[in-house]
Design a protein around this ligand. Structure first.
Ligand code: NDP
Length: 407
């Protein structure tokens, strides 16, 4: 029985993780949950999973959460009341909870950074979905992993695919953990991309796109922020940096290929030119489950892949003019140091302004480019955690100022 903590339990990753726990009650149990503001769903999760601790990002909502739990009919109350906590310290407490074996990081954005570090410092293994944490703070997170011995298991479907392929290489013993150290025998990574909401739109038509268009993903059902990131292809750019930190390859050897069917979740090329791929229906439960059961394979009754049903697998190169975010990400990754943190924070802020309809879709890459350009002279190559938190704050403010000036 593995004890699981779920950070961001009310989100897309969090709810899918809890569905897995529910489906395999002999294998997994929940010991800690954290959420942002969705109290009704959190209450249901507490009733269902009986966690030992629950943390709310917004501490001021704690009395309301207590009220909800106290008002439940006696027969519907959890048998043992969880410890309730909140705010940044509360999230860290839940992330570092002693009885947890694995922490699933499903918080969206750089808000996940401090809880992730708390889990690492407590020596917990992590199922990393919250990619923004590694992208913003790779230079801080990787040494912390080394110090604590925590294992970083990638839950992002592309990185899970790479990770799964690496298990099948002769170097598996050294390659199977993601430590940022160059993976022996690995020559090239090809990250597949569905192409997002606008894959079949012409570049000229993007000027007419709305929030509704950008949040309708053709293949995956995910939270709003990552769905917009998929529409700009910034998600793939962020994944390039994530792959660099996880698998230690330089940026020249991490490529993006558009694969509209989302059946091949990514590929690796080995030094003998052999290419390995991992395939499956587009369903995040599979990579999440693999993190939860690793190094074992859990038997499931899930829908099995039928390639004759898929019919065709196609591939093309991404259009870098239509999707400037990819190049911005490569460039920030190559600059290294604090630049990926600026790219990430500017993107988070720009996406949030877009979702609030304060800027247009096409303004997202422009805002990020301006923030990265402004940061060039202040770039720090070996940043501390404080440096990263400072540039994160600065980049968000910088985007907000641009928006105020232009609208
Ligand atoms: P969602 O928006 O669906 O969920 C986000 C979760 O984080 C919710 O539980 C939310 O709480 C919580 N949250 C929001 N803001 C804060 C905050 N400031 N502090 C603490 N908790 C907060 O996101 P997703 O599940 O889609 O994505 C989560 C992460 O996983 C992202 O980093 C994303 O890139 C990554 N990922 C997601 C995939 C997917 O299929 N969804 C695929 C691959 C990676 P509440 O809702 O209660 O306010």
């Amino acid at each position: 029985m593995k004890a699981i903590s779920v950070l961001g339990s009310t989100g897309s990753i969090g709810t899918q993780t809890l569905e897995i726990v529910k489906e395999f009650p002999d294998q997994f149990k929940v010991v800690a949950l954290t959420a942002g503001r969705n109290l009704p769903l959190l209450v249901k999760q507490i009733q269902q999973h009986h966690p030992e601790v629950v943390a709310l990002a917004d501490e001021s909502l704690l009395p309301e959460l207590k009220g909800h739990l106290n008002n439940l009919p006696i027969e519907e109350r959890p048998t043992k009341s969880p410890q309730l906590t909140g705010g940044p310290d509360g999230l860290n407490t839940a992330a570092a909870w002693a009885s947890a074996d694995l922490v699933v990081t499903g918080i969206v954005g750089c808000a996940g950074l401090l809880p992730t570090l708390a889990a690492i410092r407590a020596g917990k293994d992590l199922a990393l979905a919250n990619k923004e944490t590694l992208i913003a703070a790779g230079p801080v997170v990787l040494p912390e992993l080394k110090r604590s011995g925590s294992r970083l298991l990638p839950a992002d479907s592309e990185h899970s695919a790479i990770f799964q392929c690496l298990q099948g290489t002769p170097w598996a013993e050294t390659a199977r953990l993601s430590t940022g150290v160059p993976t022996p025998g690995l020559r090239r990574i090809q990250l597949t991309a569905s192409g997002g909401a606008f894959r079949d739109w012409s570049a000229a038509d993007l000027g007419k796109s709305t929030v509704n268009d950008a949040t309708s993903h053709p293949n995956w059902s995910m939270g709003r922020k990552i769905t917009v990131d998929s529409a700009t292809l910034m998600n793939k750019g962020l994944e390039v940096i994530e792959a660099h930190y996880l698998f230690g390859l330089d940026y020249e050897h991490i490529e993006i290929v558009i694969h509209p069917q989302s059946i091949i979740h990514s590929m690796i090329e080995l030094t003998d030119s052999s290419v390995l791929a991992q395939l499956g229906w587009p369903d995040m439960k599979l990579p999440i489950l693999y993190c939860m059961s690793w190094p074992h394979r859990q038997e499931t009754p899930w829908r099995r892949l039928n390639l004759t049903e898929v019919g065709e697998l196609s591939f093309r190169s991404p259009d870098t003019t239509k999707y400037p975010c990819m190049e911005l990400a490569y460039s920030a990754g190559r600059s290294g140091g604090t630049m990926p943190a600026v790219l990430n924070a500017a993107n988070e802020e720009a996406v949030s302004q877009f979702l609030e309809e304060k800027i247009h879709f096409l303004d997202i890459p422009k805002s990020i480019e301006i923030a990265c350009e402004k940061h060039k002279d202040d770039l720090q190559q070996n940043p501390s955690l404080d440096d990263i938190l400072l540039v994160d704050k600065w980049a968000r403010e910088s985007v907000r100022e641009q928006v105020k000036k232009n609208y």
